[in-house]
Design a protein around this ligand. Structure first.
Ligand code: CIR
Length: 253
């Protein structure tokens, strides 16, 4: 169960967010409306929501997930690998201190972004990507193991972040796409395979009684519902244009 969620309003500079896609620039007004709807969906899940104000100095700072890795007992402040995003952690750290007494830090030359971290019960998977390096991954692995969690490092081939292609929705069930469809690391879980056409929908979030999914992916929605979950659809089209998925927009703990 999650009790708390942190989100951060998008700033108008969001339109200049980092991207590898060719979907065009986000429309800011639409992104704001979508952010409102995201918050409304979370409210339905019965969590306490902390809404942080926007900061136009950091175009990607609405993607709060990348700044921290959170458990019930402690927080880890990351060291984002994207240079333009690295200091987003300065604003997040004091917020985390409101909730946590125990805080760890990923230190340079290690880099790590929360989008590369997937928790499946007491086991964390840490993706090595263009943003998270081996040094950062090993630092996190050590922290987690010292706190009695399991940790496995997974090297990404094509996906941007680990959770772009694999997410956990509870009851031993993962959504997997692309390179993770038949990846050894996830073969012991019950899999819902997300087709290439719906790949973006592999990034969902389970929040208490609901799975929040991006709107416009009917096959994945049906598969999740057939597995026994209630879903809430949220349109994240403007965030998708700058490589953002549903999970990136919140920290859940
Ligand atoms: C970036 O490139 O950092 C942002 N435009 C998107 C971050 C998405 N974050 C995530 O998947 N956790």
């Amino acid at each position: 169960m999650f009790k708390n969620i942190i989100v951060k309003r998008p700033a108008e500079t969001l339109v200049n967010g980092l991207t590898t896609s060719d979907l065009g620039k986000p429309i800011f007004e639409k992104a704001l409306i979508q952010h409102d709807a995201y918050i409304e969906a979370l409210k339905k899940c019965g969590v306490e929501i902390t809404v942080l104000p926007e900061n136009s100095e950091f175009p990607d700072s609405t993607f709060v997930e990348d700044t921290a890795v959170l458990t019930e007992e402690f927080a880890v402040v990351t060291n984002p690998g994207a240079e333009s995003r690295n200091r987003e952690i300065d604003e997040m750290e004091p917020v985390l201190k409101r909730f946590y007494k125990k805080i760890y830090y990923i230190e340079a030359p290690g880099t790590l972004e929360g989008g590369d971290i997937l928790q499946i019960e007491d086991h964390f998977y840490i993706g090595i990507s263009t943003r998270t390096n081996l040094e950062g991954a090993e630092q996190l692995k050590q922290i987690l193991e010292s706190e009695n969690y399991k940790a496995t490092i997974v090297k990404l081939e094509k996906f941007f972040h680990l959770k772009t292609g694999v997410t956990y929705i509870g009851n031993g069930t993962v959504l997997v796409a692309g390179e993770f469809t038949d990846h050894d690391a996830f073969n012991s879980y019950y899999k819902i395979i997300v087709s290439a056409e719906e790949e973006y929908a592999a990034n969902c979030i389970r929040v208490n009684d609901y799975v929040i999914i991006p709107s416009g992916y009917p096959e994945t929605k049906k598969n999740i519902e057939n597995a026994g979950y209630q879903t809430i659809e949220v349109d994240t089209s403007e965030y998708r244009k700058i490589d953002g998925g549903l999970s990136c927009l919140s920290l859940r703990f």
